[in-house]
Design a protein around this ligand. Structure first.
Ligand code: GUN
Length: 288
């Protein structure tokens, strides 16, 4: 039976560390300050931004949600981002995606200056990742960073491990592949056009599923001879409307060693990583 690697104890440990760091920064006259831009009232985005504010305030940081109307003019939107980019009291700037149609041609990752880019989307941050950074120089994309925190907590050393990442998105698959490569894993990045996916996953020590298909990975993708670690990045709904991941948890639980659950796994770590990025950004800006 697989061990469940849950986010709660990992998140709690990081929250405690961040609370202490915020308190120390405050004593030096610097309260980490995040501005979240929310355009329109896309219901999941309203919930996500509210959760971010709650999390940041809980660790002792400041967070303001700047709500802009759905039909905000592009000029006005860019003016607000520019003002916040130049405001020395603002350490982190997060534009909640998706943006409405008339704004979605804007490359938000390039708009937010790299030192305030708590999403880790800016080319300068991604370039550091390409160069081998493990997060010492760059602000890392939040979900990959959260996955690395989970593996670290579970004492899983990536050195020499075979990792299969399924999904090549800018937010998860590609940056995670680089991060794991930087940690000396041998990474195979698979996607919808990969031929012989099962052959790849059966060889892996660690499988990361970032596919977006409910319960796609079942025991037929695994190798019973190996103690495989399964990381589930999916957030889907099953045929009964219940939240589930990309991995069929019930089916694989006898065939793998460790598994992150959905809900209560990787998804919960993303906001924790955002908190870490904000505190790192505040520290770096204070030192410069
Ligand atoms: N909306 C859903 N996921 C994300 C994310 O990772 N970053 C931003 N900015 N918006 C999102």
């Amino acid at each position: 039976m697989a061990t469940l690697l849950k986010a709660a104890p990992i998140s709690q440990q990081i929250v405690d560390d961040l609370t202490e760091e915020c308190s120390n920064l405050k004593k030096k006259g610097c309260t980490p300050n995040l501005k979240v831009i929310l355009v329109g009232e896309h219901p999941p985005s309203v919930i996500y931004t509210r959760n971010k504010k709650k999390f940041m305030e809980n660790i002792g940081a400041e967070c303001e949600i700047i709500k802009l109307p759905q039909d905000v003019k592009e000029d006005e939107f860019l003016k607000i981002i520019n003002e916040l980019s130049e405001d020395a009291k603002v350490h982190g700037l997060f534009v909640q995606l998706p943006l409405p149609k008339h704004l979605d041609h804007i490359d938000v990752g390039q708009l937010v200056p790299p030192q305030k880019d708590v999403d880790g989307f800016h080319a300068q941050n991604l370039y550091q990742l390409m160069k081998g950074d493990k997060g010492d120089k760059a602000l890392l994309p939040c979900t990959p960073k959260g996955i690395m925190s989970m593996l670290d907590y579970a004492d899983i050393d990536l050195n020499g491990k075979n990792v299969v990442v399924i999904g090549r998105s800018m937010i998860v698959g590609k940056p995670l592949s680089l991060l794991m490569t930087n940690a000396n894993a041998t990474v195979t990045l698979c996607h919808s056009r990969t031929k012989g996916l099962k052959k790849e996953t059966q060889k892996a020590d660690i499988i990361v599923a970032a596919i977006g298909k409910a319960k796609f990975i079942d025991s037929s993708f695994l190798s019973p001879q190996k103690d495989q670690v399964l990381i589930d990045v999916g957030i889907n709904h099953d045929e009964n409307g219940k939240l589930c991941g990309d991995i069929n948890e019930e089916d694989v639980s006898q065939s793998c060693a460790l598994l992150t659950p959905v809900p209560g796994g990787v998804g919960k770590m993303t906001i924790v990583s955002l908190g870490q990025n904000l505190v790192a950004a505040a520290k770096r800006q204070m030192e410069n």
